[in-house]
Design a protein around this ligand. Structure first.
Ligand SMILES: Cc1cc2nc3c(=O)[nH]c(=O)nc-3n(C[C@H](O)[C@H](O)[C@H](O)COP(=O)(O)O)c2cc1C
Length: 252
């Protein structure tokens, strides 16, 4: 079971292998069991992963009536639990070519909604301009939790985009000015040359590209998910209703 490329095998493999967990190193000789010619559809290490979710529970009587308050509480708990990149969220959009999804970082949340910043000419930016509806997904693995937030999306005002853009390090400003996000480029050198040219000219701050800025998702639906033992998870869905929110438990 312990091949030469299984670098963790000697130190960890004994105990973990007995629990059905195997760690693999990435090397040229390494063949993932899913793609191994001998076992094209054989059970992979990933398929064998079966972790129980025991961190906590989610009950109607314990949650806030306002989902923003509930989100803020879980977000703070993710921060306290030192979840790496706890502000990272998958942003799903949909345009006429179909759905697309990618990770962005949450840069603020309040009664107005959830904010992130990007190149609005990117694939996601174009999708949002064509169909300003989106869903955000946070996954806090260490807490066995996920949160989905759905709603309509608007663009932030230039002043807000400027304020955030110029709060970033000069290198990030230059990179944003260098990159027409999601467009093809001949090679890495072309990008670095453009970056260098801009950094020679702009030594204090780089001009914010006209199309670089913020979006705001205004939620009309949330779902809080708490993993439970034997996959009998807790799911509470909030939907905007006149003057407040309804809460519905969903089957796992
Ligand atoms: C942890 C992480 C954080 C990211 N944060 C952002 C972000 O805040 N804004 C952004 O435009 N792209 C961010 N990206 C890159 C996006 O995932 C994506 O590659 C990029 O925005 C282009 O997406 P698009 O072609 O779908 O528009 C991040 C990626 C990762 C993995």
């Amino acid at each position: 079971m312990c091949g030469s490329v299984n670098i963790f095998c000697q130190s960890l493999g004994g105990s973990l292998a007995t629990k059905g967990l195997t760690f693999y190193a990435t090397s040229p000789e390494y063949v993932h069991p899913m793609t191994s010619p001998e076992s094209p559809t054989a059970t992979s290490a990933a398929a064998e992963l079966r972790r129980e979710y025991r961190y906590g529970t989610l009950n109607e009587q314990d949650v806030a009536a306002d989902p923003l308050q509930q989100f803020t509480q879980w977000f703070a708990e993710a921060e306290r639990a030192a979840v790496l990149d706890y502000s990272a969220m998958a942003l799903a959009t949909a345009h006429q070519h179909g759905p697309t999804v990618r990770i962005v970082l949450l840069k603020g949340v309040d009664a107005r909604g959830f904010r992130w910043f990007t190149d609005k000419g990117s694939e996601k930016g174009q999708a949002l301009r064509a169909n300003p509806q989106a869903e955000l997904l946070f996954h806090w693995r260490e807490l066995d939790r996920q949160v989905r937030v759905r709603g309509s999306v608007i663009e932030l005002a230039d002043e807000e985009s400027d304020a955030y853009f110029y709060s970033r390090p000069l290198g990030s400003q230059l990179a944003a000015a260098t990159s027409a996000q999601s467009q093809g480029v001949a090679n890495r050198d072309a990008l670095e040359t453009r970056y260098q040219t801009l950094s020679d000219t702009h030594t204090q701050r780089a001009p914010r590209p006209e199309d670089w800025g913020g979006f705001l998702l205004q939620p009309d639906q949330y779902e809080f998910w708490q993993g439970r033992e034997s996959r009998l998870h807790d799911r509470l869905q909030y939907k905007a209703a006149s003057g407040g929110w309804t809460i519905q438990r969903l089957q796992p």
